[in-house]
Design a binder for this molecule. Sequence first.
Ligand code: ZN
Length: 228
Amino acid sequence: MAKQVIILFGPPGAGKGTQAELLSEKLNLYYLETSKVLEKEFKKPSKKVFNISGQKFRIADEKKLWLGGKLCSPPFATEIIKTNIKRLADREESLVMAGSPRTVYETNIIAPFLKKLYKNNIRVFLIEISPKETIFRNSHRRICELMRHPMLWSEETKNLKICPLDGSKLVKRKGLDDPETIKVRLEEYKNRTVPIFDLFEKHGIKIKKINGEQSVSDVFKDILKEIK
Ligand SMILES: [Zn+2]
C-alpha cells in the first residue's frame, strides 16, 4: 500500500491525540505528535540556540511560549516538524499527525513538503467542538505519568486513578491545562490555526469536518468511514 498521511485538526480538547492513537493502531501509522516532539526539544540545554535562515531561536524562549499556551515561533516549530517528517518519510512510514501545522507560515512550508513526499495520499480532518466544550474538557483532562497517554474526561474515565494501559498515575498537565492557559490556547487556535484551513484547500488538500461532540468511538467510526 502507498504510504499515507492523516492530519487531524481541532481546538484543544477535541480529542485529536486520542483519535491519532486509535488511527495509529488500526492503520499501522506512525503517530507524529507535535507536543511530544517539542517537549523533547525543550529537554535540551535551555541555552541551545537554533539558527534558522539567519534568525536565532533560543530553546528557553520557545519553552516559555509553549508553557504559557502560546504557539512556538513558526520557523522554530516548522524546522522541528519538518526534520521529523523527513526522517519518517525516509523510512517509508505512513503518518498520523495531530497539532501540526498550526500557523500560516508552517502550512506554507509543510503542506507542499508533504505533497512532495506523500503525493495525493494526504487526508485532513477537522474535529469540531464548541469553545465551552474545549474549556470543560481541558480543565478535566489528565495524562499518565509514564507514557503521557491522554485521558479525556468522561463518565467512564472520571473516577480512574491509574492509566489502564500501564498502571502509572494519572496527573494534570502542569501549566498547559490551567483555565487561564486554556483560554490563551483557544485564542491562539482561533487567530492562528483556523485561518490555515482555507490555505490547505488552496494547496489542493480537502478538509473533512467531523463532529467531535460524540463518543470517542463514534468520532473514530466517522473518520474511518472517510478513509475507506
Ligand atoms: Zn499510560
